[in-house]
Design a binder for this molecule. Structure first.
Ligand code: NDP
Length: 243
């Protein structure tokens, strides 16, 4: 049995974050959940409690650095320490650049990039003072290649990899950094696409999808390694998918 940890998960209200919450709680970790849809988090926490697990939640908007700091502080007050932060919250309103959906570009930059940076800013000092910690940052196969309509989304995921690699190089063994990059995975991610053609194209692209539990298992694997082992990158694709 692996060591039980205090794990903070952003974007825990659906998809990969929700599946990761269930997996880590079932493995005996103490989970602290954040997202904006608190009624979903409340149900999840209740369900974990009934099953004998340990979970709590706080409303969280990852684009607001003060809110992320309060989230991390609340977790520390509740569970005493912060062992792992899973920077998972993300949005993907795809469109061609020529559609000039500037608000959606900014939303992706705010959630997918600033959200991860805010998580690092809030939790890194805590981990350094503890002498240990672990960031699991969720990127994407879009962090390795660009496809039409996904320029800005891919840019945010390339950024997640770059930030994670920099953080890894600057950490002197006390803070571990893992990038988990999912291929197409069942979730609500594509629901926010407002561009008609991009939405239609995504139906075919997303026809073969992994269950979110497959990504949760990869995250659990990285977390459960001994303290002197840092799993840096994991890519998980559906076996039947070329992308
Ligand atoms: P979902 O849409 O199901 O989940 C996204 C989560 O992010 C939700 O819980 C949502 O919660 C949360 N979120 C969005 N904006 C904010 C915000 N401002 N503050 C806090 N939480 C926020 O999609 P996935 O589970 O698929 O996405 C999880 C991660 O996986 C993302 O980073 C995504 O880019 C990545 N990914 C997903 C792939 C897939 O095919 N599913 C493939 C590659 C990467 P709420 O709305 O309640 O705030």
């Amino acid at each position: 049995m692996s060591e039980h940890k205090v794990v903070l998960i952003t974007g825990a209200s659906s998809g990969i974050g929700e599946a990761t919450t269930r997996k880590l709680a079932a493995d005996g970790h103490q989970v602290f959940l954040g997202a904006r849809r608190t009624e979903r988090l409340e149900h999840l926490v209740q369900e974990i409690g009934y099953a004998g697990g340990s979970a709590a939640f706080r409303k969280l908007d990852v684009t607001d650095v003060a809110d992320v700091q309060s989230f991390v502080e609340a977790a520390r007050e509740r569970f005493g320490r912060v062992d792992v932060v899973v920077n998972n919250a993300g949005v993907m309103p795809l469109s061609p650049l020529a559609a000039l959906k500037i608000d959606e570009w900014n939303q992706m930059l705010d959630v997918n990039v600033r959200g991860v940076l805010n998580g690092i800013a809030a939790a890194l000092p805590v981990m350094q003072s503890q002498g240990s910690g672990h960031f699991v940052n969720i990127a994407s196969v879009g962090a390795y290649e660009v496809v039409p309509t996904a320029a800005v989304y891919c840019a945010t995921k390339f950024a997640v990899r770059a930030i994670s690699e920099g953080l890894r190089q600057e950490s002197s063994g006390d803070v571990r950094v893992t990038v988990v990059s999912p291929g197409v995975t069942e979730s609500e991610l594509a629901d926010s696409i407002s561009d008609d053609k991009a939405r239609e194209d995504m139906k075919a692209y997303r026809a073969v999808a992994l269950p979110a539990a497959a990504i949760a298992n990869a995250i659990a694997f990285a977390i459960d390694q001994p303290a002197d082992v840092d799993v840096n990158e994991i890519i998980v694709r559906p076996a039947a998918s070329a992308q």
